[in-house]
Design a protein around this ligand. Sequence first.
Ligand code: ADP
Ligand code: MG
Length: 587
Amino acid sequence: MIRDPQSILWLNFAVGVVSGAGWYWYQQRNSSEPLKKSVLSLASKESESFRNGSASASTSSLYSNTENETSFQAALQSAVIDAASIKVDMGVENSCLPKENDVLLASSSKSHADNGQASVLSQVNDAFQLSTAKLHNLVRAFIAEYEKGLLAENHTLKMLPSFAKRPCGSETGTYIALDLGGTNLRVCEVQLEGNGQIRSSGQKFTVPESLKKGKGDDLFDFIADCVSQFINVRNLSKESKLHAGFSFSFSCRQTSLQDGYLLLWHKGYECDDVLNKNVVELVNEAFERKSVGVRVVALVNDAVATLLSSAYVNPECCIGVILGTGTNAAYVEDLDRIPKLKTHEHNASQTTPEIPYSPLRNVGVPPSPINPPTRTMVINTEWGAFDNRRVILPVTSYDYQLDRTSSSPGIQIFEKMVGGMFLGELCRLIFLDLVKAGELFNGIVPASLEVSCNFLTAYMSRIGRDHTDELMDTKLVLEGLLDIQKTTTLDRQIVKRVCALVGIRAARLAACAIAALVIKINKLSGCTVAVDGTLYEFYPHFRSHIRDALSELLGISADKISLVSSKDGSATGSAVAAAIAASLIPA
Ligand code: ADP
Ligand code: MG
């Protein structure tokens, strides 16, 4: 007889899911639209049952990582994905929160109401709001995808081994840190003082658009020139080469902390001749060509670097998140929970792989009596690629449009709904639709809005901070910066609403990915999540929107998750990686 309340809760839920799955199978065989709709409502009711009072208890028990619950989790997750595919089949992009009693929507939809149509603004309003039930579905799907990515290579979520472990905070030394993001290159001088203290100062360079699409050598020469300028101005040149860490925000398959082969470009980069090449060799060759006295000794993804930087200072930090041009995350994983590492070891002993792959080499500090072999490794999730097939993400026609016209169609779909590079463009596409429907700017398309990427995400931040009655700063953005003539207060209210819908959706989606990681690594009892990126830093209330969604998802456990801003952590963390790597290089 089962008496333990957690087991009873778990059992009830399992029975519910199994009967739900059976019922769903029956519906599939006799598929008819009304019944499918019922399945959807069942799926969302099931999600609702996570909420409120028992949320944290049910969340932790339902998503627990223990062995005997794995098959239950798999059943649950596949049921959720199935329900999501029905949603897409039916073309229902969003169930929605109850409609607000909203003067803005009412006034903009007046003419449509007269002929029985919903206004475009009200459709956008519905399509961009994500209910708590939807967030729960996304969390489950994320957990399932994280696990699949750890199991085998070439899964949508790559879950790439970084060969870095959490630092202990006693690493010391002065290093050059390079951070190539989607928009900027940061070069820093970083002093690791031990005792978890970091001093750093640096310079930001904007990467010219032409170099993002040209030859790889030109891009790496640009990096070498920036580093040369930086060390000359500061008089840092020495007889022996300075050691550097390289934080690189694009997917690389790493074979050690010192080697990484580029898998794909995104965020507007298209230097195709770099694909499959070792980026550490390429940047070091550029330093040789330009006679720069620096050598990169460690390569890390920027999310990994953010985690390392924060973990150096705070032992509670186990997740690093990027919310800048794009989005990504890294976390600390047990080696035993990365099955694909074992497969690699096995394959390596059977064949001679093209790329030398030695998973347990160079993971953090070398094993010794003082430093026993580490049992953890930082994993780069590459979560921007979540649901590239668009089965469960609440994609709208605007997301499809943005993807089609991007430099990398069909990939990084989650990133395109969250990253700073894309949010302004989504707003622009919505504005154009509203203008065409006669709901904005008197139905006249402003020339500036016809140019792609002309509505910057930074404008969204500015408009989000405009709390004047007449939205005067919004007026300055629209009329002054974008040259849109004679906007009305209603125009500006609509623009502000669209920006908020796009921004809040991004924050809530990011919260799902974070909650799923926290649950996956069993840290509901408490952990620190370090976040770097200009979007997180400057978008008004982005952090509060993430926090709200975390509370909806995790109940009181959300209070135990501390979100900390790790400004420039993606740069300084590469110096931490360099310190770890330098300790591995024979003197
Ligand atoms: P990187 O990805 O190169 O490391 P950042 O973290 O600085 O760069 O992020 C750059 C992105 O931040 C740009 O794509 C831009 O869209 C966005 N951004 C810039 N300024 C703002 C702002 N004021 N508010 C919100 N987002 C911004
Ligand atoms: Mg960055």
